[in-house]
Write a protein that binds this ligand. Structure first.
Ligand SMILES: Nc1ncnc2c1ncn2[C@@H]1O[C@H](COP(=O)(O)OP(=O)(O)OP(=O)(O)O)[C@@H](O)[C@H]1O
Ligand SMILES: [Mg+2]
Length: 382
């Protein structure tokens, strides 16, 4: 078969043709940025937050708004926060300004120098007095506002994986950041992160510094109609025909989850035997995907307690409208009362394995749920 690169991408940020729609979200966020309305954008993992935000930043840049994207994923200390933030600022602002002039005018505590990484890409390194972290933090946080004010421009700062801030110095730093942000008139802030932490730990607790700092924006899945069109187009561009009912089986299986839709289509493309995909081909791809993920799922499973496993089996066998606490489930697992199951579910929620939405518990990773049903629930004695 002619070799064409797999058109489906999963796991990293997607852009260009690999980015499906999200037009309404892009417009809404752009409107917020123009109005300098701070936003808290959150979802379950891998729903497309980072991809969406980059798309929005690209559009904002075209309007003359200066975009800074800070990835806080790797940080676990205040020093690392400062480094990542300073690097992100330098990366962005040096595209508008000669780097040396910029550094002189903006920073007195931070020393930034530009080099190249082993692959030859530009890379910034950051130095500062480690005994003066708090002052350096203040300098980094006010630098964007100062720069924009001087230039008479506006900007947007995205803190991606913002929940990592809780790893730094706890509330002291949160409070300092909030106080600074409140004085900024030229910057709009987007706080992006995972549902559980953003909501429960940072933004909806009146005792926490970030309470009510901005608009709460829960990012949903991609609309089924858009996703169907996207799947068909991507296959067609790679010279593959796909039947309408095959597409239907895909979106039903992935429940329109962006990551899993791309993942399943990627596998489907990898294992296809002809350039025409039919509905029957999808189950094969599902099984293939489950096998590919099974080491990771087994690792997760091995770390759980018996009660947690039982609760997951109960959830995996619970259809909408049913309760996981139904009497036959409790009996099956010798649970004297629902509280036993509830305790297990709560501990699974703490681990980000299950989620409670509209009062109902569910397994977050829908392929993990399928894996449990396929490989555990009917074959494994408890
Ligand atoms: N708009 C989109 N169109 C097509 N695929 C998408 C879209 N958004 C996300 N995806 C799919 O989901 C994957 C994860 O996207 P992304 O990294 O943007 O999500 P995230 O919510 O930031 O994830 P994380 O929780 O890991 O930070 C992508 O690799 C891609 O497969
Ligand atoms: Mg992300």
């Amino acid at each position: 078969m002619e070799h064409i690169k797999n058109p489906f991408i999963y796991g990293t940020r997607v852009s260009g043709d690999a980015f499906c729609n999200r037009e309404e979200e892009v417009e809404e966020l752009l409107g917020d940025i123009r109005a300098r309305q701070h936003v808290i954008l959150f979802s379950q993992r891998r729903f497309g937050k980072t991809s969406l935000v980059w798309k929005v930043l690209e559009e904002a840049r075209k309007e003359g708004i200066i975009p800074v994207h800070v990835d806080l994923y790797p940080i676990s200390t205040l020093g690392e926060f400062i480094e990542e933030y300073a690097k992100a600022i330098a990366r962005t602002l040096s595209t508008y300004e000669k780097a040396t002039r910029l550094m002189k005018g903006l920073f007195s505590r931070l020393y930034l120098s530009k080099g190249v990484d082993p692959a030859g890409n530009p890379q910034w390194s950051v130095g500062f007095d480690r005994n003066r972290e708090i002052e350096t933090f203040d300098e980094a946080v006010s630098s964007v506002e100062n720069y924009l004010k001087r230039k008479g421009k506006f900007g947007v700062v995205v803190f991606d994986e913002f929940q990592q801030i809780t790893e730094t110095n706890g509330e002291k730093i949160e409070r300092r950041l909030r106080t600074a942000i409140q004085t900024h008139e030229h910057v709009c802030y987007l706080f992006v992160g995972s549902k559980k932490h953003m909501i429960h730990d940072l933004f909806s607790n009146p005792n926490r510094p970030f309470y009510r700092i901005g608009k709460i924006f829960p990012l949903g899945k991609i609309a089924a109609a858009d996703l169907r069109g996207f799947i068909e187009k991507r296959f067609n561009e790679a010279k593959v025909d796909i039947d309408v009912n095959a597409i239907e089986v895909i979106v039903e299986t992935t429940e329109c989850h962006p990551f899993y839709t791309q993942y399943l289509c990627h596998v489907l493309y990898d294992i296809m035997e002809s350039r025409h995909i039919r509905a029957d081909d999808v189950p094969k791809a599902i099984v293939f995907l489950l096998y590919r993920e099974s080491t990771a799922y087994m690792n997760t499973w091995d770390l759980l307690t018996n009660r947690q496993r039982q609760a997951l089996v109960a959830l995996s066998e619970t259809v909408p409208g049913e309760s996981p606490f139904r009497i036959e489930m409790l009996r099956r697992f010798n649970m004297s009362q629902p509280a036993v199951m509830i305790r297990a579910l709560k501990s699974l929620a703490d681990k980000d394995i299950v989620d409670k939405e509209d009062g109902r518990y569910g397994i977050i990773d829908l392929f993990f749920k399928r894996w449990i049903r396929t490989f555990i629930s009917h074959s494994q004695p408890f």
